[in-house]
Design a protein. Structure first.
Length: 501
């Protein structure tokens, strides 16, 4: 009579990984809900599946983030220069309703704005999102009432994006659905979700990652192209994917993804590019002309120098640093003893962009949260990083409170804000460091310790190598202590297989 394990393998139903069994922090946290799940628990027989639980938790945390904005909703956005900062509840959304012409019915990119910003400085798909929310906002009443409604409408739409992100992360790693709780419970995610419109691009990127994990390369490309039409950073994922497909010889799949991304981006951008080129190009010219701004190490340098760096110098230097980082990620992908997981390299390349960029708005943490949950699904490291991001979230608003409160000096002085920036930089670098360590020592990778190869890799999962450099040609270096199954190169689900491409 076959064993339970044999029956499961033959039915192609891999066992779900329980974080409370392998993660001490998760096990300790589970005591709030009755302790770690037992091995005789009836899994998958209740309406409360991991996807539904995590989606509801994400919505609940999003709602708490909305409550945190209540002091601003009731007046901080409208009365007093520093109140929205002292309560750490600032949001761009209500201010830009009037500031970017939505209150007056102006068409983004086509109609010129009054003031210093002549056109909307956001990518086209984000502009469409903002315009759609304005259609749902009443055109009558006081401007304060309309801005409140506009924020609430946007919050409702962004809540849908948050749920999509949580569901996509939960389903990307089939055997690890509970890793989605990292996203759902991330405090920085809840605090920054309604500052701006970044969740639209994050949701499309998370959906693209899910499609790639299922081997649907064209759908991945289309969704990534749409994400890039909403925010620039998603296009960075094509770089790691290129070198991973190069190493595995998956050129056709990469070509399909690239064409899908380019086509979707053009479908969104081309009409506006042709009919309102000046307005369409504002996002790109603004990004180029923008000086050193909040959150970056460039700001620390500028504040500590007698003569701040010129914008052109910072642009060139930041570009060079990003190129060096990209070469480093490519070298890592081609020389690692085992091909890195897609989510690992995706996290590293986006983190490199954030670390080298001349501005770091607090909502940019949203770009990394889903990728971090997939790249390093360990609660200790994730929470260390989140603590640093929450410290930065508080720091930037307290610094702005200090600079806008006059002689009262309420908040955090410049030196304190620089420490908050350093906390953000060090927290992100720490998470990058443990991801790089996992790449060089795969047995320390929580995903591969469970017996998987690259569950977010799609066609890369279990595939052999056709092109490697350096250390990749030698046997992998193992961690000193190994518990659980190991994964043979060129295999699936821990079963030895053909390593040919």
């Amino acid at each position: 009579m076959p064993s339970a394990e044999t029956t499961r393998a033959s039915a192609h139903e891999p066992e779900t990984v329980r974080p409370t069994k392998e993660d001490p922090v998760a096990a300790t946290g589970s005591e709030l809900f009755g302790g770690p799940i037992g091995r005789r628990a009836l899994l998958g027989v209740s309406w409360w599946t991991p996807v539904r639980v995590i989606a509801l938790v994400a919505i609940g945390m999003f709602a708490l983030g909305m409550v945190q904005k209540l002091p601003c909703y009731d007046g901080g956005w409208f009365f007093g220069a520093s109140s929205q900062y002292t309560h750490a509840c600032y949001s761009d959304i209500p201010h830009l309703y009037q500031g970017r012409g939505f209150a007056d019915g102006l068409v983004p990119y086509f109609d010129k704005l009054e003031g210093d910003m002549e056109y909307l400085e956001y990518p086209v798909l984000t502009g469409v999102f903002m315009e759609a929310a304005s259609w749902l906002t009443p055109g009558s009443g006081s401007i304060q009432d309309r801005e409140q409604v506009y924020w609430m409408v946007n919050a409702g739409m962004l809540m849908v994006c948050a749920a999509v992100i949580a569901v996509c992360v939960t389903r990307t790693h089939r055997r690890r659905p509970w890793d989605g709780l990292l996203v759902a419970l991330a405090p920085a995610f809840a605090l920054t979700a309604t500052i701006n419109w970044d969740l639209l691009a994050v949701a499309l990127t998370a959906a693209a990652m899910l499609m790639w994990s299922r081997g649907r390369t064209l759908a991945f490309g289309v969704l990534l192209g749409l994400a890039t039409a909403a925010k620039l950073y998603p296009v960075l994922l094509l770089g790691p994917l290129l070198v991973l497909c190069w190493r595995a010889g998956k050129w056709r799949e990469f070509g399909t993804a690239l064409l899908g991304a380019a086509g979707a981006w053009l479908v969104v951008n081309l009409p506006v590019m042709l009919l309102a080129h000046e307005g369409w190009s504002k996002f790109y010219t603004f990004s180029q002309e923008r000086g050193v701004d909040f959150g970056s190490f460039w700001l620390i340098l500028s504040q500590r120098m007698d003569t701040p760096l010129a914008t052109d110098t910072v642009n060139t230097s930041a570009t060079v640093l990003m190129l060096i980082s990209s070469v480093g990620v490519a070298a890592l992908a081609l020389t690692a003893p085992r091909r890195p997981r897609f989510a690992q390299l995706a996290f590293l390349i986006v983190a490199a962009f954030i670390l080298t960029n001349k501005v770091y708005s607090p909502q940019y943490v949203l770009w990394l949260v889903p990728l971090a949950a997939l790249a390093r699904p360990k609660w200790r490291d994730f929470l260390i990083w989140q603590a640093c991001e929450v410290a930065y979230f508080i720091g930037i608003w307290m610094y702005l409170a200090y600079t806008t409160s006059g002689d009262a000096h309420k908040g955090l002085p410049q030196e304190g804000y620089q420490m908050a920036i350093a906390a953000h930089l060090l927290g992100t670098l720490y998470l990058c460091a443990v991801v790089v360590r996992d790449i060089f020592m795969p047995e320390r990778d929580a995903v591969r310790r469970s017996g998987d190869d690259d569950p977010s890799g799609g066609v890369l999962d279990g595939a052999g190598d056709v092109f490697v450099l350096g250390a990749a040609a030698r046997p992998p270096r193992h961690a000193a202590h190994i518990d659980g199954p190991t994964v043979e190169w060129g295999s699936r689900n821990g079963q030895a297989g053909d390593s040919s491409p």
